[in-house]
Design a protein around this ligand. Structure first.
Ligand code: SF4
Length: 377
């Protein structure tokens, strides 16, 4: 029997109608109560029961057979000095992924993973060192939100959890069908009720999946750019071997509607992609795309040669982009002290002792910084 959280609302309706041998309209009437019960704010990390839900006779067998138990459990919590909370989560088969709760001044964002490991091998990313173990099921993506929301509810000082970003472990467009099913549930008002515009999916630039992504979800897209030209992009992001910047730009221009404002994330590496001439190239890339650029200085990652530039260099790059009329935000990383920032999610390697264990600050309380981080997807 399927897991309830792996069924999009329309798939649940079809499942109930088929199992109960009833018209879709009767099944549809039951979907709301089921979703509200299983995914409502009362979830505390345990297994929901259907005791409080009136189940019609035709639906009883099908509903009771659905798997509703959490597919993940929290095995480690690491609270950063800035209030960021990194969660290490174990799936039923022992696979480990990470999710990060990131408090801002007025809202909290949850960064979720879409795969166990990742096949894309970006040089600046701890997850990229792991390789791909397997895809996450839609239920395992949804359960990162269920569990993180329960964690969030225990700490009343964090602002409301309103945003979800697919910027954790994995390349979401390599697991698009399950990511789309999860987003359908996360954005359904009968389940999690997140506004689609508050769900952002980050990609390293899997160009042929951009159109299917736009068709399948109402979420926003973020491109992890990180280099101003093909040669340098190929040097740190193997995806660039298959798709050059011109093709990528064409796919974005053709398929991402302006109403879903594109986000372009650019991680700055010292002396490597941070010259003002590089900013000119980035400005040329985004021209006409209606994109917003988020800049972030690199965090410590697997390659020590890729490190953050001095602040004055970051500021000059920022100013140069702005001078081109590009809407640009300078983001400050959060959660670095617990290895929860951009490119630092390591999953299984965390327990194996590599990368080094973070410094814990168990008594840290909220000190929300003014910017959210970008966690490269
Ligand atoms: S940055 Fe994203 S796509 Fe690249 S290796 Fe890391 S998780 Fe994979």
């Amino acid at each position: 029997m399927p897991h309830l959280a792996s069924l999009s609302p329309s798939a649940l309706e079809a499942h109930l109608a088929a199992e109960g041998a009833v018209a879709p309209s009767r099944a549809r009437a039951l979907v709301g109560p089921l979703l509200r019960h299983a995914f409502g704010a009362r979830f505390d990390g345990g297994t929901p029961t259907w005791d409080d839900v009136t189940l019609p006779r035709w639906a009883r067998g099908a509903v009771l057979a659905l798997d509703v138990a959490p597919t993940l459990r929290v095995v480690e919590r690491a609270l950063a000095a800035d209030g960021t909370l990194r969660l290490l989560l174990a799936a039923r088969d022992g696979a480990l992924v990470e999710a990060v709760l990131i408090p801002g001044p007025s809202r909290t964002t949850l960064c979720v993973s879409s795969q166990v490991g990742c096949a894309r091998g970006c040089r600046f990313c701890e997850t990229g060192r792991l390789g791909l173990t397997r895809q996450l099921e839609a239920a395992e993506i949804v359960d990162q939100v269920r569990l993180a929301r329960a964690e969030h509810a225990r700490d009343a000082w964090r602002p409301p959890l309103t945003n979800v970003v697919f910027m954790g472990m994995g390349e979401p467009l390599d697991n698009l069908a399950r990511v789309a099913d999860a987003i359908a549930l996360l954005s359904d008002p009968r389940a999690f009720g997140l506004a689609p515009a508050r769900i952002t999916v980050s990609t390293v630039g899997v160009a042929d999946k951009i159109a299917p992504f736009v068709r399948a979800t109402g979420a926003r897209l973020a491109l992890s750019l990180n280099a101003p030209d093909d040669a340098r992009r190929r040097a740190i992001m193997p995806v660039a071997d298959r798709c050059d910047l011109a093709s990528l730009r064409r796919a974005l221009a053709e398929h991402v509607p302006r109403s879903r404002r594109l986000l372009v994330a650019y991680v700055l590496f010292d002396g490597w992609n941070d010259a003002e001439a590089d900013a000119d190239l980035v400005a040329a890339f985004v021209e006409g795309l209606g994109a917003r650029v988020n800049l972030i200085a690199a965090n410590a990652g697997p390659d020590p040669s890729l490190r953050a530039p001095p602040e004055r260099v970051v500021a000059a790059f920022h100013a140069r982009l702005v001078s081109h009329g590009v809407t640009t935000l300078l983001r400050h990383a959060k959660g670095r002290d617990v290895w929860g920032a951009c490119g630092q999610l390591a999953g299984a390697a965390r327990l194996a002792g590599s990368p080094p264990e973070p410094q814990r600050e168990p008594n840290a309380r909220a000190n929300p910084a003014t910017c959210l981080p970008i966690v490269s997807s």
